[in-house]
Design a protein around this ligand. Structure first.
Ligand code: NAD
Length: 344
């Protein structure tokens, strides 16, 4: 990493000071050894908010104004269209780079980045925060104790929302319905969480995907899908189906995994475990309905610090993110081909 490597406490800059940046700040404030010393945002109103809310932090309009010699990391929290530029900037200056999902939009962006990653003393770290929801942690532990780990794993994950999430009112609140900003609709927005979570719960990476999409038939959002159905298959024999819906009657996040051993089901905060005929229920407040997911980011930043201490060498999460990007890209291709199975 950059010039400050080895000094106590790592200093970072937030790039994009909107909704999710608040969740990141909560995580950073609960993690020893990290502080935010600068913010970059293109919106004058968001810069004004940062000056108000983060006294003492340098607030800037352009990445190029950042005092990179005073930084160890940047944390890219912009909408997807600006992720690649943010990542490139950080790597060029030998900084560690955290970045929100979707990390990048396709294989071409990923491949274009490879030489820059190799040449940099920094590294790329994707924020896979859903793995740190308390109920997901409990679900992973429950699955470890039954036959699911051997591929006897059938998943059905549902992310039901009554609309797309809106971003900060100070910029373009409906950017998730602008293809040139979000890179797609619900598959691009929620798909990454479902894919990395499936890989995490199965314990390996998927190798094939098929997908159906639905876009509105007209109107301003016609080029972004608002419903997606995916099936992911794994070499172990595991299969996970996802439903992602921005047009549902109510909001719910649920993950059901079943096999000949029984089932484990999570609906928002409620975990039900039925293994070998005996059922157990527990409630784990997990804040699935908090758009900032502030409670889940401590785990992300602790994982980041562990990666820093290894000099960014483990690259496990980086590879998980690369597979996730390839799956989403293949899912769009599958949908364009009428739902054919596509190798990842
Ligand atoms: N991990 C999660 O659970 C989660 C949840 C929500 C959003 N996200 C991701 O976080 C990112 C941001 O989403 P959000 O909901 O916070 O959006 P938002 O609209 O609330 O905030 C985005 C901010 O980025 C700023 N911005 C836009 N372009 C910029 C640029 N080129 N340089 C600097 N600043 C720029 C905007 O002014 C705004 O303040 C997206 O990639 C989104 O997918 C992740």
């Amino acid at each position: 990493m950059g010039a400050r490597q080895g000094k106590p406490g790592l200093r970072g800059a937030l790039i994009g000071y909107g909704t999710i940046a608040e969740g990141h700040l909560t995580g950073i404030s609960r993690t020893d050894g990290l502080e935010i010393t600068a913010v970059v945002d293109v919106s004058p109103a968001r810069r004004a908010a940062a000056r108000r809310e983060l006294p003492g932090v340098r607030v800037l309009a352009e990445l190029d104004e950042l005092p990179v010699e005073e930084l160890d990391f940047i944390d890219v929290c912009t909408p997807p269209h600006a992720h690649l530029d943010g990542i490139r900037f950080g790597l060029r200056h030998d900084l560690a780079v955290l970045c929100e999902k979707p990390l990048l939009l396709d294989r071409r962006e990923l491949e274009a980045l490879e030489p820059e990653e190799k040449a940099s003393r920094g590294f790329l770290f994707p924020c896979h925060n859903y793995r740190f929801a308390p109920s997901v942690i409990a679900m992973k532990a429950a699955l470890a104790g039954c036959g699911a780990a051997d591929g006897d794993f059938r998943g059905h994950f549902r992310t039901l929302r009554t609309s797309h999430a809106r971003g900060t009112a100070d910029w373009r609140p409906d950017w998730r319905r602008e293809r040139s900003v979000g890179g797609g609709g619900i598959l691009r927005d929620h798909g990454p969480h479902s894919v990395y979570l499936a890989a995490h719960l199965v314990g390996s990476r998927p190798d094939r995907v098929r997908c159906d999409l639905r876009r509105p038939e007209g109107g301003p959002y016609a080029d972004t899908e608002e419903y997606a159905f995916l099936s992911l298959s794994f070499a172990s024999g595991a299969v996970v189906d996802f439903e992602l819906d921005w047009t549902a009657a109510g909001r719910q996040t649920s993950y059901l995994v079943s096999g000949s051993w029984g089932h484990v089901r999570l609906i928002d905060d409620d975990l039900e475990q039925c293994v070998d005929g005996s059922a157990r229920r527990s409630r784990l407040p997990s804040d699935f309905n908090d758009p900032r997911h502030g409670n889940w980011f401590k785990g992300v930043f602790e994982e980041f610090l562990a990666e820093v201490s290894e000099g960014g060498r483990s690259a496990r999460l980086r590879e998980d993110a690369a597979v996730t990007i390839r799956v989403i890209e293949a899912a769009y291709r599958s949908a364009a081909l009428g739902g054919r199975w596509i190798d990842v």
